[in-house]
Design a protein around this ligand. Structure first.
Ligand code: FES
Length: 175
């Protein structure tokens, strides 16, 4: 587990990787605004509804840039429909096949990853989620939305998740 005292906070690290300094301040300062306002929806998709992960400026993020991060990193990218989405670097250095959409299921705030508590913690009304996006504390009562993550060459592809939610073994609430 990362020692938060020895490295920048995960939320700062994940943002610095992909956003400019001015945008970092903006994103942190307006966490109470619904997530969709931060990213312009990318235009192109594939037949399967997939989209390449991008940065705040709409530029594709090379997979090697994300994979260079240490295990446990939560990397924030612009995903499907421009939704900010967390990608997770696993212990073996690969990307977790689930992306977690940074949009609180209570009222839609964005939230940081807290690397000390190892939770996503929403600043708006205190909801907390596990590293897999399961609600640990309300008022949110639904898990965070998932997307599929796949690395092809040096690109990171995100695809809609419409199958059973593996966390609940039920149909996803967002489908
Ligand atoms: S919007 Fe996240 S707890 Fe209310």
């Amino acid at each position: 587990m990362e020692n938060a005292l020895e490295s920048p906070s995960m939320s700062r690290r994940q943002l610095l990787n992909f956003l400019t300094g001015s945008v970092v301040a903006t994103v942190v300062g307006v966490a109470v605004v619904p997530a969709a306002k931060f990213f312009s929806p990318p235009s192109e998709t594939t037949e399967g509804g997939g989209m390449i992960a991008k940065d705040i400026l709409g530029n594709p993020i090379p997979a090697r840039q994300i994979l260079a991060e240490i295990s446990g990193t939560r990397a924030l990218v612009a995903g499907l429909a421009g939704e900010p989405t967390y990608l997770t670097i696993q212990e073996d250095g690969t990307l977790h096949p689930w992306g977690i959409v940074n949009n609180c299921t209570h009222l839609g705030c964005t939230f940081p990853w807290n690397g000390i508590d190892e939770e996503f913690q929403c600043p708006c009304h205190g909801s907390r989620y596990s590293d897999q996006g399961v609600v640990l504390r309300g008022p949110a009562n639904r898990p965070l939305k998932l997307v599929h993550v796949s690395v092809v060459g040096d690109s990171i592809w995100l695809y809609p998740w419409s199958e059973t939610d593996p966390r609940t073994n039920e149909k996803p609430w967002w489908v």
